[in-house]
Design a protein around this ligand. Structure first.
Ligand SMILES: [Zn+2]
Length: 395
C-alpha cells in the first residue's frame, strides 16, 4: 500500500489563521494569496487535501496549536491569555469536525478505528490504481467514468488529534475534556518558555503544573510528544513519564547543530523507549547555517536527500529501520521558500522512496518508514489500558 503517515501537520492552523480552504488544490490556494503579504509564506503553501491524497498521505497527526505570548521565541504569534489560546484550539477542533462532516477527514481515536481506516485506504488505493490502468487500457477518457473514479479516489484522510504546546489548557484537568474530544497526543511546550514547560531556545525543567500535567497525560494514556522540549525538560520527561512517547517532527543535532534538534544521546534514549522519530522538512532544520528570510532552498542546496540523511542517522543509531518516520511539518509557518527545492507540494514526499532505496533501504524498511512504524507504535500504545501495552515487542 502506497501510504504515508505524516506525523505532524498544522492543518487547522492553516485553515483558520492562514485562511486556507484545504479542500482546494494547492494551485488555487497559491492563486488566492498572490496579493497577500501578511505572512512571509503567502503563495508558497504545499498542503491541501487533494495533494495529500495524490501523495498517498492518508493518515496524519493533525494539531491544535495556540500559545501565549513570548513572540520573541516563536514564529507563531502568542495570545495574551490562556483563555484566548483555548478558544483558538476549540475553533480549530470545530474546523476538524466540519471536515469530518464533509467526508474530507476522519478522526482516529483507537485501534479499531485505525484498522478500519487502513482497510478503507487499502481498498480505495487498490481500486483506483486498477481503474486507472483499465482507463489506460481503454485508451480514452470517458467523462462519466472519470467522475466515478474521482469519487472513488476520495477516501477521508485519517487524523490523530495532537496538541502542540499545552499553554491553552487552563489546568491539567482540562486535558480530560480534550481526551473526550479525541485528543491522543500532546507536546507540553513549543518555542520558548511555556505555561507548563520550557521549549525550544528556553531552558529549565518542568514547573509544578507541568509535572501535574505529565501525570495527567500518563493517566489518560495520551502519547507524549517530546518534540520542542528543551534539553532539561526532555530528560526530566524521560524520568517522570513512563507512557508512550514519540518525536513527531524532529531532526538530528549532529547534522544541524541547534537545540531544536536532538543529540545522539537523546535519540538513543528515545529509541530505547520504543519511540518513533519523524523527520521534519523545515529547511532550517535540514541543513546547517540557514538564516531565516535570507537563505533560500537554491542558495543552500537543500533537497529531499537531506531528509534522507536525518532518517538514516536515526536508523544508524537504532541499528534498524524501526524507529524512523516522516513528520513533515509542511506549511508549519513556512512554505516552498523554506523547504527542499525538489518539493513542490506534499505529494512529493513520494520521492523519498527512490532516495531511500538508493541509500540501500529495502522495500520493507521503506514501508516501515512511510507508515508502518507509526501504525505499529499506535497499535501498541492503544493495545491495552494497563499503561504497559505499548512496551510489548512488535509481533
Ligand atoms: Zn513544531
Amino acid at each position: 500500500m502506497k501510504l504515508i503517515f505524516d506525523a505532524h501537520l498544522d492543518l487547522a492552523m492553516n485553515a483558520l489563521e492562514w485562511n486556507r480552504d484545504l479542500t482546494q488544490p494547492v494551485a488555487e490556494l497559491r492563486r488566492r494569496e498572490r496579493d497577500l503579504q501578511d505572512k512571509k509564506d503567502r503563495g508558497c503553501g504545499t498542503v491541501s487535501f487533494p495533494e495529500m491524497r495524490r501523495g498517498g498521505v492518508g493518515l496524519c497527526v493533525a494539531t491544535q496549536i495556540a500559545r501565549v505570548e513570548h513572540d520573541a521565541f516563536s514564529p507563531i504569534r502568542g495570545w495574551f491569555s490562556q483563555a484566548q489560546a483555548w478558544a483558538m484550539t476549540q475553533g480549530q477542533l470545530a474546523w476538524y469536525r466540519a471536515m469530518e462532516a464533509a467526508g474530507e477527514m476522519v478522526q482516529i481515536r483507537d485501534r479499531a478505528g485505525l484498522e478500519r481506516h487502513l482497510e478503507r485506504w487499502k481498498s480505495s488505493s487498490s481500486s483506483s490504481s486498477s481503474s486507472s490502468s483499465l482507463k489506460q487500457a481503454q485508451g480514452r477518457v470517458d467523462e462519466d467514468y472519470e467522475e466515478e473514479e474521482e469519487e472513488e479516489q476520495k477516501p477521508p484522510i485519517g487524523y490523530i488529534l495532537s496538541l502542540e504546546g499545552a499553554d491553552s489548557l487552563f489546568t491539567p484537568e482540562q486535558l480530560e475534556r480534550s481526551f473526550g474530544d479525541g485528543l491522543r497526543a500532546i507536546g507540553p511546550a513549543h518555542y520558548g518558555p511555556g505555561v507548563y514547560a520550557n521549549g525550544t531556545d528556553a531552558s529549565g525543567g518542568f514547573n509544578a503544573h507541568g509535572r501535574e500535567l505529565l501525570e495527567e497525560i500518563e493517566r489518560l494514556g495520551l502519547i507524549l510528544d517530546v518534540t520542542h522540549l528543551c534539553d532539561e525538560c526532555f530528560w526530566e520527561a524521560l524520568d517522570l513519564f513512563s507512557g508512550p512517547m514519540w518525536a513527531s517532527h524532529q531532526n538530528c543535532r549532529v547534522l544541524v547543530p541547534h537545540v531544536r534538534q536532538f543529540t545522539d544521546e537523546q535519540l538513543r534514549a528515545l529509541i530505547a523507549r520504543g519511540a518513533v522519530i519523524a523527520a521534519a522538512l523545515d529547511a532550517w532544520m535540514l541543513v546547517p547555517g540557514w538564516v531565516r528570510g535570507k537563505t533560500t532552498p537554491q542558495s543552500s542546496g537543500v533537497t529531499l536527500q537531506h531528509v534522507v540523511e536525518h532518517i538514516d542517522h536515526v536508523c544508524q543509531l537504532a541499528g534498524n529501520a524501526r524507529h524512523a518516520g516522516i513528520g513533515s511539518d509542511l506549511d508549519g509557518c513556512f512554505g516552498t521558500e523554506q523547504t527542499p527545492q525538489d518539493l513542490d507540494t506534499i505529494a512529493d514526499l513520494q520521492k523519498l522512496d527512490a532516495l531511500l532505496s538508493a541509500r540501500g533501504y529495502s522495500a520493507d524498511d521503506i514501508e516501515r518508514i512511510r507508515w508502518r512504524n507509526f501504525v505499529g507504535f499506535l497499535c501498541r500504545a492503544w493495545e491495552s489500558n494497563d499503561g504497559y501495552g505499548w512496551m510489548r515487542a512488535e509481533p
